[in-house]
Design a protein around this ligand. Structure first.
Ligand SMILES: [Zn+2]
Ligand SMILES: [Zn+2]
Ligand SMILES: [Zn+2]
Ligand SMILES: [Zn+2]
Length: 144
């Protein structure tokens, strides 16, 4: 992961740098240097949400992202919704599977499972609460 810090050039640059965002020359006092390219402070935006990147940006493969979108794309993926999980978020784990707190829920009744709840973990990481699992099993037995 590459975390780019702000680099503000001081003094008058020998050449007027071109902004990598809008391709205009940068005549601002402060020039941002990210990914070895120069940017207007207003042109450095998250590739996903277009938010102006005020403090820090995260870059990958030539694009810059805000922290949230960076981890949505490249962070640990939630087993249930396939979205990335930012490192600041609380997660739930079941064996090797990782879930958002709100995604750690029964696929049948959608009830969020709490610590200490009994549940059945399917091979693909889906969760079924104990009641629904037992109901499903009973139904299966009736069918057989
Ligand atoms: Zn620009
Ligand atoms: Zn963003
Ligand atoms: Zn999720
Ligand atoms: Zn359930």
């Amino acid at each position: 992961m590459c975390v780019s810090q702000w680099g503000a050039t001081s003094g008058v640059p020998a050449q007027i740098p071109q902004c990598a965002g809008c391709n205009q020359h940068i005549l601002d006092k402060f020039i941002l240097k990210v990914l070895d390219r120069h940017w207007h402070s207003s042109c450095l935006k998250c590739a996903d949400c277009q938010m102006q990147l005020a403090e820090r940006c995260f870059s990958r493969a030539g694009s810059v992202y805000c922290k949230e979108d960076f981890f949505k794309r490249f962070g640990t993926k939630c087993t249930a919704c396939q979205q990335g999980i930012p490192p600041t978020q609380v997660v739930r784990k079941a064996q090797d599977f990782v879930y958002h707190l709100h995604c750690f829920a029964c696929i049948i009744c959608s009830r969020q499972l709490a610590t200490g709840d009994e549940f059945y973990l399917m091979e693909d990481g889906r969760l079924v609460c104990k009641e629904d699992y037992e109901t499903a099993k009973q139904n299966e037995e009736q069918i057989l």
